[in-house]
Design a protein around this ligand. Sequence first.
Ligand SMILES: *Cc1c(COP(=O)(O)O)cnc(C)c1O
Length: 367
Amino acid sequence: MINVSRPYIGIKEKKAVLEVLTSGNLAQGEKVEEFEINFAKYIGTKFAIATSNGTTALFLALSALGIGKGDEVITTSFSFIASANAILFTGAKPVFVDIESDSFNLNPSLIEKKISKKTKAILPVHLYGLPANMKEIKKIAKKHNLFVIEDACQAHGATIDGKKAGSIGIAGCFSFYATKNMTTGEGGMITTNNPGIAKKVKLLRQHGMEKRYHHKILGYNFRMMDITAALGIEQLKLLDERNKIRQSNAAFLTKELSKIGNIQTPKFDKTLTHVFNQYTIRVKKDFPLSRNGLIRFFASNGIGTGIYYPIPIHKQQVYKNLGYRIRLPVTEKLSKEVVSLPIHPQVTKANLRRIVQIFLKANKKSD
Ligand SMILES: *Cc1c(COP(=O)(O)O)cnc(C)c1O
Protein backbone atom coordinates (compact mmCIF):
# COMPACT_ATOMS: atom_id res chain seq x y z
CA MET A 1 0.00 0.00 0.00
CA ILE A 2 1.31 3.46 -0.90
CA ASN A 3 0.10 5.88 1.74
CA VAL A 4 -0.85 9.49 1.02
CA SER A 5 1.71 10.61 3.62
CA ARG A 6 4.53 8.93 5.46
CA PRO A 7 7.13 10.34 7.87
CA TYR A 8 10.67 10.09 6.53
CA ILE A 9 13.10 9.53 9.43
CA GLY A 10 16.70 8.79 8.49
CA ILE A 11 19.71 7.51 10.41
CA LYS A 12 20.90 11.05 11.29
CA GLU A 13 17.64 11.88 13.03
CA LYS A 14 17.77 8.62 14.99
CA LYS A 15 21.34 9.32 16.09
CA ALA A 16 20.48 12.88 17.12
CA VAL A 17 17.58 11.69 19.27
CA LEU A 18 19.71 8.98 20.89
CA GLU A 19 22.31 11.60 21.78
CA VAL A 20 19.73 13.69 23.59
CA LEU A 21 18.38 10.63 25.39
CA THR A 22 21.91 9.80 26.53
CA SER A 23 22.66 13.39 27.58
CA GLY A 24 19.94 13.36 30.21
CA ASN A 25 18.64 16.82 29.17
CA LEU A 26 15.26 15.89 27.77
CA ALA A 27 13.08 18.94 28.34
CA GLN A 28 13.32 22.37 26.67
CA GLY A 29 16.98 23.35 26.61
CA GLU A 30 19.97 23.80 24.31
CA LYS A 31 18.61 21.75 21.42
CA VAL A 32 15.40 23.76 21.33
CA GLU A 33 17.42 26.96 21.21
CA GLU A 34 19.57 25.62 18.38
CA PHE A 35 16.48 24.54 16.45
CA GLU A 36 14.93 27.99 16.92
CA ILE A 37 18.05 29.76 15.65
CA ASN A 38 18.31 27.47 12.61
CA PHE A 39 14.61 27.75 11.82
CA ALA A 40 14.59 31.56 12.06
CA LYS A 41 17.59 31.66 9.73
CA TYR A 42 15.88 29.34 7.26
CA ILE A 43 12.62 31.32 7.20
CA GLY A 44 14.42 34.64 7.22
CA THR A 45 12.95 36.12 10.39
CA LYS A 46 14.74 37.56 13.41
CA PHE A 47 13.02 35.18 15.81
CA ALA A 48 11.59 31.69 15.96
CA ILE A 49 9.99 30.30 19.09
CA ALA A 50 9.36 26.58 19.41
CA THR A 51 6.10 25.27 20.86
CA SER A 52 4.43 21.95 21.58
CA ASN A 53 2.50 21.87 18.27
CA GLY A 54 1.07 23.97 15.46
CA THR A 55 -2.18 24.61 17.29
CA THR A 56 -0.41 26.11 20.31
CA ALA A 57 1.82 28.12 17.94
CA LEU A 58 -1.30 29.71 16.39
CA PHE A 59 -2.92 30.25 19.78
CA LEU A 60 0.20 31.88 21.25
CA ALA A 61 0.74 34.13 18.21
CA LEU A 62 -2.86 35.38 18.42
CA SER A 63 -2.64 35.77 22.20
CA ALA A 64 0.66 37.68 22.03
CA LEU A 65 -1.04 40.15 19.67
CA GLY A 66 -3.67 40.76 22.34
CA ILE A 67 -6.48 39.15 20.36
CA GLY A 68 -9.28 37.94 22.59
CA LYS A 69 -12.89 38.28 23.65
CA GLY A 70 -14.94 40.67 21.51
CA ASP A 71 -12.49 40.50 18.59
CA GLU A 72 -12.96 38.95 15.16
CA VAL A 73 -10.37 37.22 13.01
CA ILE A 74 -10.92 36.57 9.31
CA THR A 75 -9.87 33.14 8.09
CA THR A 76 -10.75 30.27 5.77
CA SER A 77 -13.14 27.42 6.50
CA PHE A 78 -11.25 25.18 4.05
CA SER A 79 -8.50 24.10 6.43
CA PHE A 80 -7.69 21.79 9.30
CA ILE A 81 -9.92 22.76 12.24
CA ALA A 82 -6.93 24.00 14.30
CA SER A 83 -6.71 27.19 12.18
CA ALA A 84 -10.10 28.35 13.47
CA ASN A 85 -10.01 26.66 16.88
CA ALA A 86 -6.89 28.63 17.82
CA ILE A 87 -8.96 31.80 17.30
CA LEU A 88 -11.79 30.41 19.46
CA PHE A 89 -9.33 29.52 22.25
CA THR A 90 -8.45 33.23 22.62
CA GLY A 91 -12.14 34.12 23.04
CA ALA A 92 -12.25 35.81 19.61
CA LYS A 93 -14.60 34.83 16.80
CA PRO A 94 -13.44 33.25 13.52
CA VAL A 95 -15.13 34.97 10.57
CA PHE A 96 -14.97 32.75 7.51
CA VAL A 97 -14.35 34.02 4.00
CA ASP A 98 -14.78 31.84 0.91
CA ILE A 99 -11.85 30.55 -1.16
CA GLU A 100 -10.62 30.65 -4.76
CA SER A 101 -11.36 27.46 -6.70
CA ASP A 102 -7.88 27.37 -8.29
CA SER A 103 -5.66 27.96 -5.27
CA PHE A 104 -7.99 26.58 -2.56
CA ASN A 105 -6.87 29.61 -0.50
CA LEU A 106 -8.67 32.68 0.88
CA ASN A 107 -10.25 34.81 -1.85
CA PRO A 108 -8.94 38.34 -1.15
CA SER A 109 -11.76 40.00 -3.11
CA LEU A 110 -14.28 38.69 -0.54
CA ILE A 111 -12.40 39.82 2.58
CA GLU A 112 -13.40 43.49 2.84
CA LYS A 113 -17.12 42.66 3.00
CA LYS A 114 -16.46 40.72 6.20
CA ILE A 115 -14.42 43.40 7.98
CA SER A 116 -16.24 44.98 10.92
CA LYS A 117 -15.29 47.27 13.80
CA LYS A 118 -14.36 44.13 15.74
CA THR A 119 -11.94 42.74 13.14
CA LYS A 120 -8.38 42.60 14.48
CA ALA A 121 -6.57 40.24 12.15
CA ILE A 122 -6.56 38.11 9.01
CA LEU A 123 -5.30 34.56 9.34
CA PRO A 124 -4.61 33.10 5.87
CA VAL A 125 -3.70 29.43 5.54
CA HIS A 126 -1.16 28.34 2.91
CA LEU A 127 -3.15 25.21 2.14
CA TYR A 128 -1.43 22.08 0.80
CA GLY A 129 1.87 24.02 0.68
CA LEU A 130 0.70 26.77 -1.68
CA PRO A 131 0.98 30.33 -0.33
CA ALA A 132 -2.21 32.37 -0.13
CA ASN A 133 -2.38 35.65 -2.06
CA MET A 134 -0.32 37.58 0.47
CA LYS A 135 0.13 40.66 -1.71
CA GLU A 136 -3.62 41.38 -1.75
CA ILE A 137 -4.16 40.23 1.83
CA LYS A 138 -1.42 42.54 3.11
CA LYS A 139 -2.85 45.45 1.11
CA ILE A 140 -6.27 44.97 2.72
CA ALA A 141 -4.72 44.50 6.17
CA LYS A 142 -2.74 47.71 5.83
CA LYS A 143 -5.78 49.70 4.70
CA HIS A 144 -7.85 48.50 7.68
CA ASN A 145 -5.01 48.35 10.21
CA LEU A 146 -5.21 44.59 10.78
CA PHE A 147 -2.58 42.03 11.76
CA VAL A 148 -1.76 39.22 9.35
CA ILE A 149 -0.87 35.90 10.98
CA GLU A 150 0.19 33.20 8.54
CA ASP A 151 -0.88 29.62 9.14
CA ALA A 152 2.15 28.09 7.43
CA CYS A 153 1.60 24.68 9.06
CA GLN A 154 1.59 23.03 5.61
CA ALA A 155 4.08 25.35 3.92
CA HIS A 156 7.63 24.84 5.26
CA GLY A 157 9.89 26.30 2.58
CA ALA A 158 7.17 27.70 0.30
CA THR A 159 7.96 31.15 -1.11
CA ILE A 160 6.18 34.29 -2.24
CA ASP A 161 8.31 36.47 -4.55
CA GLY A 162 11.36 34.72 -3.14
CA LYS A 163 10.40 35.31 0.50
CA LYS A 164 9.56 32.36 2.72
CA ALA A 165 6.02 31.72 3.90
CA GLY A 166 5.99 32.61 7.58
CA SER A 167 8.09 35.74 7.07
CA ILE A 168 5.42 37.89 5.38
CA GLY A 169 2.88 38.53 8.14
CA ILE A 170 3.49 39.89 11.64
CA ALA A 171 3.85 36.23 12.69
CA GLY A 172 4.00 32.84 11.00
CA CYS A 173 2.99 29.53 12.55
CA PHE A 174 4.33 26.09 11.70
CA SER A 175 3.54 22.51 12.69
CA PHE A 176 5.89 19.54 12.73
CA TYR A 177 3.14 16.95 12.96
CA ALA A 178 3.86 13.57 11.34
CA THR A 179 2.22 14.42 7.98
CA LYS A 180 4.02 17.73 7.39
CA ASN A 181 6.95 18.39 5.02
CA MET A 182 9.28 18.18 8.00
CA THR A 183 8.28 16.40 11.16
CA THR A 184 9.12 15.82 14.79
CA GLY A 185 5.98 13.78 15.47
CA GLU A 186 4.44 16.71 17.33
CA GLY A 187 5.86 20.21 17.47
CA GLY A 188 5.34 23.80 16.42
CA MET A 189 7.13 27.09 15.74
CA ILE A 190 6.26 30.78 15.61
CA THR A 191 8.34 33.03 13.37
CA THR A 192 8.40 36.82 13.66
CA ASN A 193 10.56 39.89 13.17
CA ASN A 194 8.85 41.65 16.06
CA PRO A 195 10.84 41.49 19.33
CA GLY A 196 7.76 42.33 21.43
CA ILE A 197 5.81 39.41 20.03
CA ALA A 198 8.78 37.06 20.41
CA LYS A 199 9.14 38.06 24.04
CA LYS A 200 5.43 37.72 24.80
CA VAL A 201 5.23 34.31 23.12
CA LYS A 202 8.17 33.08 25.18
CA LEU A 203 6.48 34.25 28.37
CA LEU A 204 3.18 32.65 27.46
CA ARG A 205 4.90 29.41 26.45
CA GLN A 206 6.29 28.87 29.92
CA HIS A 207 3.97 29.97 32.74
CA GLY A 208 4.65 33.68 32.26
CA MET A 209 8.14 33.06 33.61
CA GLU A 210 11.02 35.39 32.71
CA LYS A 211 13.31 34.46 35.58
CA ARG A 212 13.09 31.04 37.19
CA TYR A 213 9.98 30.87 39.42
CA HIS A 214 9.14 34.54 38.92
CA HIS A 215 5.81 34.60 37.06
CA LYS A 216 4.79 37.91 35.48
CA ILE A 217 1.63 36.91 33.65
CA LEU A 218 -0.67 33.93 33.37
CA GLY A 219 1.05 31.55 30.97
CA TYR A 220 0.86 27.96 29.83
CA ASN A 221 3.14 25.00 29.35
CA PHE A 222 3.49 24.75 25.57
CA ARG A 223 7.20 23.92 25.56
CA MET A 224 9.02 21.72 23.06
CA MET A 225 11.31 18.93 24.26
CA ASP A 226 15.02 18.74 23.38
CA ILE A 227 14.32 15.26 21.99
CA THR A 228 11.85 16.83 19.57
CA ALA A 229 14.21 19.67 18.67
CA ALA A 230 17.05 17.24 17.89
CA LEU A 231 14.78 15.60 15.34
CA GLY A 232 13.75 18.99 13.99
CA ILE A 233 17.33 20.20 13.51
CA GLU A 234 18.09 17.20 11.28
CA GLN A 235 14.75 17.35 9.44
CA LEU A 236 15.31 21.03 8.64
CA LYS A 237 18.65 20.23 6.98
CA LEU A 238 16.82 17.83 4.65
CA LEU A 239 13.78 20.00 3.99
CA ASP A 240 14.84 21.65 0.72
CA GLU A 241 16.01 18.38 -0.78
CA ARG A 242 12.77 16.64 0.17
CA ASN A 243 10.61 19.53 -1.02
CA LYS A 244 12.34 19.23 -4.40
CA ILE A 245 11.33 15.59 -4.63
CA ARG A 246 7.73 16.54 -3.77
CA GLN A 247 7.83 19.21 -6.47
CA SER A 248 9.23 16.92 -9.13
CA ASN A 249 6.72 14.18 -8.23
CA ALA A 250 3.94 16.74 -8.45
CA ALA A 251 5.21 18.04 -11.80
CA PHE A 252 5.19 14.49 -13.21
CA LEU A 253 1.60 13.88 -12.10
CA THR A 254 0.46 17.26 -13.42
CA LYS A 255 2.05 16.60 -16.80
CA GLU A 256 0.33 13.22 -17.11
CA LEU A 257 -2.99 13.95 -15.42
CA SER A 258 -3.64 17.22 -17.23
CA LYS A 259 -4.22 15.09 -20.33
CA ILE A 260 -7.30 13.66 -18.63
CA GLY A 261 -10.48 15.70 -18.84
CA ASN A 262 -12.76 16.74 -15.98
CA ILE A 263 -10.13 16.83 -13.31
CA GLN A 264 -8.27 19.95 -12.19
CA THR A 265 -4.58 19.62 -11.39
CA PRO A 266 -2.84 22.20 -9.15
CA LYS A 267 -2.51 25.64 -10.75
CA PHE A 268 -0.49 28.48 -9.30
CA ASP A 269 1.24 31.72 -10.06
CA LYS A 270 4.90 31.66 -11.11
CA THR A 271 5.79 34.11 -8.33
CA LEU A 272 5.01 31.36 -5.81
CA THR A 273 6.71 28.10 -4.95
CA HIS A 274 4.38 25.32 -3.93
CA VAL A 275 5.92 22.76 -1.55
CA PHE A 276 3.16 20.19 -2.06
CA ASN A 277 2.41 19.07 1.45
CA GLN A 278 -0.49 17.58 -0.48
CA TYR A 279 -0.98 17.06 -4.21
CA THR A 280 -4.67 17.81 -4.50
CA ILE A 281 -6.85 17.55 -7.57
CA ARG A 282 -10.53 18.27 -8.16
CA VAL A 283 -12.70 15.52 -9.56
CA LYS A 284 -15.37 17.40 -11.46
CA LYS A 285 -18.90 16.12 -11.96
CA ASP A 286 -18.38 14.90 -15.55
CA PHE A 287 -15.51 12.58 -14.62
CA PRO A 288 -16.72 8.98 -15.16
CA LEU A 289 -16.26 8.04 -11.49
CA SER A 290 -17.51 10.02 -8.50
CA ARG A 291 -14.82 11.35 -6.17
CA ASN A 292 -15.57 8.59 -3.66
CA GLY A 293 -15.70 5.97 -6.42
CA LEU A 294 -12.26 7.08 -7.56
CA ILE A 295 -10.94 6.82 -3.98
CA ARG A 296 -12.32 3.27 -3.68
CA PHE A 297 -10.79 2.33 -7.04
CA PHE A 298 -7.39 3.63 -5.92
CA ALA A 299 -7.67 1.79 -2.60
CA SER A 300 -8.48 -1.49 -4.37
CA ASN A 301 -5.26 -0.96 -6.36
CA GLY A 302 -3.12 -0.35 -3.28
CA ILE A 303 -2.96 3.44 -3.54
CA GLY A 304 -3.93 5.50 -0.51
CA THR A 305 -5.57 8.89 -1.03
CA GLY A 306 -6.83 11.59 1.30
CA ILE A 307 -9.61 14.16 1.48
CA TYR A 308 -8.44 17.43 2.99
CA TYR A 309 -10.99 18.29 4.19
CA PRO A 310 -14.30 16.48 3.77
CA ILE A 311 -16.26 18.85 6.03
CA PRO A 312 -15.50 22.61 6.01
CA ILE A 313 -14.91 24.05 9.48
CA HIS A 314 -18.13 26.10 9.54
CA LYS A 315 -20.10 22.89 8.87
CA GLN A 316 -18.53 20.94 11.75
CA GLN A 317 -20.88 20.09 14.62
CA VAL A 318 -18.82 22.10 17.09
CA TYR A 319 -19.24 25.24 14.93
CA LYS A 320 -22.92 24.56 14.27
CA ASN A 321 -23.36 24.42 18.03
CA LEU A 322 -21.77 27.87 18.22
CA GLY A 323 -24.46 29.18 15.88
CA TYR A 324 -22.60 29.21 12.56
CA ARG A 325 -25.21 29.11 9.78
CA ILE A 326 -23.26 30.75 6.93
CA ARG A 327 -22.92 29.50 3.36
CA LEU A 328 -19.58 29.41 1.57
CA PRO A 329 -20.41 28.05 -1.91
CA VAL A 330 -16.88 27.47 -3.22
CA THR A 331 -15.61 25.90 0.02
CA GLU A 332 -18.66 23.64 0.21
CA LYS A 333 -18.39 22.57 -3.44
CA LEU A 334 -14.65 21.86 -3.28
CA SER A 335 -14.91 19.82 -0.10
CA LYS A 336 -16.94 17.37 -2.21
CA GLU A 337 -14.50 17.37 -5.15
CA VAL A 338 -10.96 17.29 -3.74
CA VAL A 339 -8.74 14.26 -3.44
CA SER A 340 -5.04 14.15 -2.59
CA LEU A 341 -2.65 11.67 -4.17
CA PRO A 342 0.68 10.39 -2.76
CA ILE A 343 3.70 12.49 -3.85
CA HIS A 344 5.80 12.45 -0.64
CA PRO A 345 9.56 11.80 -0.98
CA GLN A 346 9.21 8.04 -0.50
CA VAL A 347 6.93 7.70 -3.53
CA THR A 348 8.95 6.28 -6.44
CA LYS A 349 8.76 7.02 -10.17
CA ALA A 350 7.26 3.54 -10.60
CA ASN A 351 4.60 4.39 -8.01
CA LEU A 352 3.78 7.59 -9.86
CA ARG A 353 3.47 5.75 -13.17
CA ARG A 354 1.11 3.33 -11.47
CA ILE A 355 -1.02 6.18 -10.16
CA VAL A 356 -1.30 7.52 -13.73
CA GLN A 357 -2.19 4.05 -15.09
CA ILE A 358 -4.93 3.63 -12.49
CA PHE A 359 -6.23 7.07 -13.38
CA LEU A 360 -6.39 6.17 -17.07
CA LYS A 361 -8.36 3.02 -16.18
CA ALA A 362 -10.64 5.00 -13.88
CA ASN A 363 -11.35 7.38 -16.74
CA LYS A 364 -12.97 4.50 -18.63
CA LYS A 365 -15.11 3.28 -15.74
CA SER A 366 -18.33 4.30 -14.10
CA ASP A 367 -19.61 3.95 -10.53
C1 LIG B 1 -1.34 20.63 10.97
C2 LIG B 1 -2.05 21.92 10.90
C3 LIG B 1 -2.30 22.71 12.03
C4 LIG B 1 -2.10 22.25 13.43
O1 LIG B 1 -0.90 21.71 13.74
P1 LIG B 1 -0.76 20.64 14.93
O2 LIG B 1 0.71 20.53 15.05
O3 LIG B 1 -1.40 19.39 14.45
O4 LIG B 1 -1.40 21.20 16.12
C5 LIG B 1 -2.87 23.96 11.84
N1 LIG B 1 -3.20 24.40 10.63
C6 LIG B 1 -2.99 23.67 9.53
C7 LIG B 1 -3.36 24.24 8.20
C8 LIG B 1 -2.44 22.40 9.62
O5 LIG B 1 -2.28 21.66 8.53
